[in-house]
Design a protein around this ligand. Structure first.
Ligand code: RNT
Ligand code: ZN
Length: 413
């Protein structure tokens, strides 16, 4: 507390209202993806393994193998994470009780257990149709397939998923993000790049034919995936243009889906110029779309600074997307999500107006000096205080509790 009071004074000298920052931070929702908990396996009965250019590596013991385990692990993780939480589900996490329901036949009732879970845990829900790990992905294609039967199946899945998202919004009384990502692409140089894109556009038009109450629809582009190195149907230009032309579909930015020197932090302001919502997938690319657990690195801080600078906390919808099976999965959730919270706090504690004025006055020397000095301000003292007010451990004490959970629960699976 003493450190907090002292450090607070230093930030106040820069014109920052620290108490207001801490309060504001506690209200920013972070949508935590369910799929870190089980290596994107889901609960469908089929034996399909993970496909679609994404891969989870590692075989750390204790993976959640059923809904009860995934829910218990998620609850454990969020008990160490400050702030407001949401849970992002994929369609493969349907609760079917052994019944075999095809993805194009999914209904809100297949996710009712998740709604009860969310209500009980006091969190929100988001949703994602699942267009991968399925025998109907034909020649690597779904919504862009030249096979009409295949394409229609996936269109029906896209429509069914929006209905599930709408049911969440209705049950929880708040908007729900429904994000569409497809794996469609080719390993080698295609003979026709336009055909698949025209078919994808037509599929999306059918999926998004009517506006659904409470659903925030978005589409996620990608530069390439494993096995689909040469061509991705849903590229950045494709979806950005689609979203720009469509009245209610937004463009989601995943910071692992661009060329390695292309930064999502630099894209945020461009999209905010045109869109009133900007959904994100926060991840950590390592050389390529590798989905490492989010670390507190410069790009994460820069992304968060952009959100605060433009006062865009209500516009930017922060979601996470990483999957690492080489470390304790519950710990992975805690580390990644706490890092986003830390980066948000770090970003909120910057004198944005002062810095902007320096830029506008052309005083780039002072701007540089200040930007560098700010990096070593003791924001950790404010973090500790924030965690205290949120009843979660400020430091790595949570690790011991998770090791205990690993011993008592995870290793017994
Ligand atoms: C894949 C996309 C997508 C998935 C999840 C599981 O490259 O990033 O968001 O990671 O839907
Ligand atoms: Zn993603």
């Amino acid at each position: 507390m003493e450190r907090y009071v002292q450090t607070k004074k230093r930030y106040e000298a820069l014109g920052i209202d620290v108490d207001a920052v801490v309060k504001r931070l506690a209200s920013v929702p972070i949508s935590i993806h369910c799929w870190q908990g089980d290596d994107i396996q889901g609960f469908e009965s089929s034996e399909e393994s993970l496909s679609g250019g994404i891969q989870v590596t590692g075989n750390y013991p204790g993976r959640a193998g059923n809904p009860e385990e995934l829910m218990a692990d998620f609850r454990k993780a969020i008990s160490y994470i400050p702030g407001k939480k949401r849970l992002s589900l994929h369609a493969i996490y349907s609760l079917l009780n052994g019944e075999n329901v095809e993805r194009d036949k999914l209904k809100p009732e297949h996710f009712e257990g998740w709604v009860s879970f969310a209500k009980d845990a006091g969190i929100g829900l988001d949703f994602n149709p699942t267009f991968f790990s399925h025998p109907k992905v034909k020649d690597g294609l779904t919504l862009s397939s030249p096979d009409e039967e295949i394409r229609q199946f996936w269109i029906r899945h896209g429509i069914a998923s929006r209905e599930v998202a709408a049911s969440f919004a209705k049950a929880l009384g708040e908007p729900v993000v429904n994000n569409l990502w497809i794996p469609d692409g080719f390993k080698d140089v295609p003979a026709d790049r336009l055909g698949p894109r025209l078919r994808l556009k037509d599929s999306l038009d059918q999926i998004y034919a009517k506006r659904l109450d409470g659903v925030i629809d978005c589409v996620e582009s990608k530069v390439f995936g494993i096995g689909v190195e040469s061509y991705t149907v849903g590229s950045n230009e494709f979806y950005l243009a689609y979203a720009a032309k469509h009245p209610w579909v937004y463009n989601l930015l995943d910071n692992g889906h661009y060329h390695p020197t292309e930064m999502v932090s630099d894209k945020i302001s461009s999209l905010l110029t045109y869109f009133d919502k900007l959904p994100l997938h926060v991840t950590r690319p390592v050389r390529w779309d590798s989905d490492h657990v989010v670390a507190l690195d410069d790009e994460l801080k820069e992304i968060c600074k952009e959100i605060f600078r433009h006062d865009a906390l209500d516009k930017v919808l922060i979601g996470l997307d990483f999957f690492d099976a080489s470390i304790n999965r519950v710990a992975a959730w805690v580390i990644g999500t706490r890092n986003v919270q830390k980066a948000l706090l770090y970003a909120a504690l910057q004198p944005h107006e002062m810095l902007r004025n320096l830029q506008d006055q052309g005083d780039f020397t002072k701007l540089f000096v200040l930007q560098e000095e700010l990096k070593s301000m003791p924001f950790g003292d404010i973090w500790d205080y924030y965690c205290e007010t949120q009843n979660v451990p400020a430091g790595a004490e949570w690790y011991d509790a998770i090791m205990e959970y690993e011993r008592d629960v995870l290793l017994k699976r």
